[in-house]
Design a protein around this ligand. Structure first.
Ligand code: FEO
Length: 407
């Protein structure tokens, strides 16, 4: 695929990774892209590189525009290796006049690559670099999502090169938001936010406020993964405002693993109770749903009901995996409860409940445990648990306990 001119004299020269399916624990069923951008001006500048195995693709695309050795400046907006993996070989090839990075970026580049005498040019928020007709203004975005992260803004082009921010793991031959299905695009962007940025939501809010304060005039956002926002960059900024506030809809998830289908029967009854009170829900079997897809579902979900049988005095491995992953990403503002079947010791519900409390999830009860297989009265208790959770999610007082109707 040829380079793509995204603005006059600014080119996408990145690489498409159609085959990656796991990104440090995040499932990427549609691959990803490593976006790099080449600006042609008096000082020819490359913004970011690509994951190391894709270095030749980057060089080929640059070579369709200019001889790579003519590049003057290399800007490293982020040192994670999906963007910096090719930096040492690119520096070796082009011999840049400047390697531009944040103060933390310089430390990270040294720690990663032990680079010797690279011509570092360290920039902080608000500093600018003149390329000729074009200017670059830098904006450090520490911990969004690494300490070194920064964004580059080109005011003459109203272009924000946003590093990981506003990205999506999606390999596509299209480059722009107006060329792809909008619902799919926002789905990928939401999953990216939920799995990469959720725990930094307070910092995202500060960044968005700062961008507003700085009065940056933006008509295109070009991230380092996925599709470029040119039709409606304001749309993804508004989505980030919603996601960073962790606004939740009238929605519940019943997430469970099951050994001999007893906990699965309980999950179904919990779902019936949720729906009885008017809360839409999804049943997500952990054997069939990847942790990163569950986090995406969780982004706008108010109620979480988690279930696991007890195994070896603990929870099922997939539930332990989810709890660990979820705790790290710090979803906030949720209500919930736990449930599960057991044979003799029955610790799972307590373990899940304790972990949910540690995550500041507002529990409506100590949960429901059922010995071996649930009888009708047990399923009624699960149904009632669903009702309680739904009413808490909807902000109404729990009504009197009622027996479950139906199966
Ligand atoms: Fe896409 Fe944080 O690297």
């Amino acid at each position: 695929m040829a380079p793509v001119e995204i603005k006059k004299d600014i080119y996408w020269v990145g690489a498409l990774d159609w085959n990656v399916r796991d990104f440090h624990g995040y499932s990427t069923p549609k691959g990803t892209s490593y976006n790099a951008y080449l600006v042609i001006d008096e000082k020819i500048t490359l913004f970011d590189t690509v994951k190391k195995p894709f270095k030749n693709k980057l060089i080929e695309r640059i070579s369709e525009i200019i001889d790579p050795r003519r590049i003057d400046y290399l800007v490293v907006n982020h040192v994670e290796k999906d963007h910096s993996g090719s930096v040492p070989e690119i520096v070796e090839l082009i011999g840049p006049e400047k390697v531009v990075c944040s103060p933390m970026g310089k430390k990270a580049l040294i720690d990663h690559f032990n680079p010797g005498n690279w011509p570092f040019h360290v920039v902080e928020t608000g500093q600018t670099l003149k390329l000729g007709k074009k200017t670059v203004s830098f904006l450090e975005t520490r911990m969004l999502h690494w300490p070194d992260s920064m964004m580059s803004y080109l005011p003459e082009d109203k272009l924000l090169l946003s590093s990981d921010g506003f990205g999506q793991h999606w390999a596509a031959s299209q480059r722009f938001d107006d060329e792809v299905d909008s619902a799919e695009l926002y789905g990928h962007a939401a999953k990216y936010y939920a799995n990469i940025l959720l725990l930094f939501s307070p910092l995202v809010q500060k960044l968005l406020a700062k961008v507003a304060d700085m009065g940056l005039d933006i008509d295109m956002i070009a991230p380092d993964h996925g599709i470029i926002w040119r039709k409606d960059p304001g749309g993804i900024i508004q989505a980030y405002q919603r996601w960073s506030r962790q606004e939740c809809g009238r929605k519940a998830l019943v997430i469970y693993d099951t050994m001999w289908q007893a906990t699965e029967m309980m999950a179904s009854a919990v779902g019936d109770g949720l729906k009885e009170e008017g809360l839409d829900f999804k049943l997500l079997n952990l054997k069939l749903n990847h942790r990163s897809d569950i986090m995406a579902e969780m982004l706008d979900t108010k109620a979480l009901v988690l279930g696991s049988p007890t195994i070896n005095n603990g929870v099922m491995p997939a539930m332990a995996d989810l709890l660990s992953y979820m705790k790290g990403l710090r979803p906030t503002g949720k209500v919930g409860a736990a449930f599960g079947s057991y044979g003799w010791s029955g610790e799972a519900v307590k373990i899940i409940s304790e972990t949910m409390r540690e995550m500041n999830i507002n529990l409506v009860s100590d949960g429901v445990r059922v010995k071996y297989s649930p009888r009708k009265e047990d399923l009624d208790r699960c149904f009632e648990l669903g009702r309680q959770v739904a009413r808490a999610a909807l902000g109404v007082d729990a009504g009197p306990s009622q027996a479950r109707v139906g199966n």
